[in-house]
Write a protein that binds this ligand. Structure first.
Ligand SMILES: Nc1ncnc2c1ncn2[C@@H]1O[C@H](COP(=O)(O)OP(=O)(O)O)[C@@H](O)[C@H]1O
Ligand SMILES: [Mg+2]
Length: 244
């Protein structure tokens, strides 16, 4: 039995946009070093759940704890990094270079009003190397493909030296080959750095090889957890979700 304190505890959380209920009675606990996939159809509330975890939205009811602390008291924001959905859709006129985008990942560690120093630049370069993008460091971010931009945003997340990494549909817009390459890189990073991962995807099969556990979300209920997508529970869940 794992007795370590969970990195994330979601307890009976519900959320509505106005009078439109999206999540109801969600409970989930994530242990240090665990990789959890959040899957479900479009509109299931996956992105909403991540936004609740990082404090961009507030639950209507229920409790969320990060590293043992209630979310409203949590101040150690550098311990987690969040890459939102569609991060890799920057248009070609965007004025920042790849290096500037990745350096921004240091803000959570250094504070807003501090100049970047040599250490920050070296960490940014190292993070870009980790996602195979070091050679693009001086290019405008908008000149890169969607998949390359996505890797730069992962580098930005890594530059903050997080313990918990939250990724929302990181392979959106990638072809299957690049998607497979990206997930293999991600798996390697997670293992090497001992990261805790929360990975949102509508594609249950695609992430089944990189997560330890998948949680299915339908519109209202976090309904089942299982270890392998080809397990009997996984098959039942898949049938229920996709036949709807
Ligand atoms: N800012 C918003 N205002 C109102 N409704 C929203 C907003 N964002 C999402 N929704 C609605 O909430 C539901 C869940 O959205 P979302 O969390 O983005 O789902 P998913 O990421 O699983 O596709 C959808 O019905 C969506 O239309
Ligand atoms: Mg989404």
């Amino acid at each position: 039995m794992n007795t370590a304190r969970p990195v994330l505890e979601i307890e009976n959380v519900s959320f509505s946009y106005g009078c439109h209920p999206v999540l109801e009675g969600i409970s989930l606990s994530v242990q240090p070093g665990e990789s959890v996939g959040i899957t479900g159809p479009n509109g299931a509330g996956k992105s909403t759940l991540l936004k609740l975890v990082v404090g961009l939205l507030k639950p209507a009811s229920g409790r969320i704890k990060l590293f043992g602390q209630p979310l409203n008291e949590f101040k150690e924001h550098g311990r987690l990094s969040y890459v939102p959905q569609k991060a890799g859709f920057i248009n070609s006129g965007f004025p920042s270079t790849v290096e500037e985008v990745v350096l921004a990942g240091r803000i959570s560690r250094r504070g807003l009003f501090r100049y970047y120093n040599r250490e920050d630049r070296s960490i940014a370069r190292e993070a870009l190397g980790e996602v195979g993008m070091a050679e693009h460091i001086h290019k405008p971010i908008g000149s890169l493909s969607g998949g390359q931009q996505q890797r730069v945003f992962i580098a930005r997340a890594l530059a903050g030296h997080p313990e918990l990494l939250l990724l929302d549909e990181p392979t959106a817009g990638m072809d299957p080959e690049n998607q497979a390459r990206f997930y293999s890189l991600l798996k390697d990073l997670v293992v090497r750095k001992g990261l805790t991962l929360m990975l949102v995807s509508h594609d249950l099969e695609a992430i089944s090889t990189i997560v330890d556990r998948q949680v299915c979300l339908d519109r209202y209920l976090c309904s089942c957890c299982y270890n392998l997508s080809d397990s009997p529970q996984g098959a039942t869940c898949r049938k229920r979700l996709w036949s709807a």
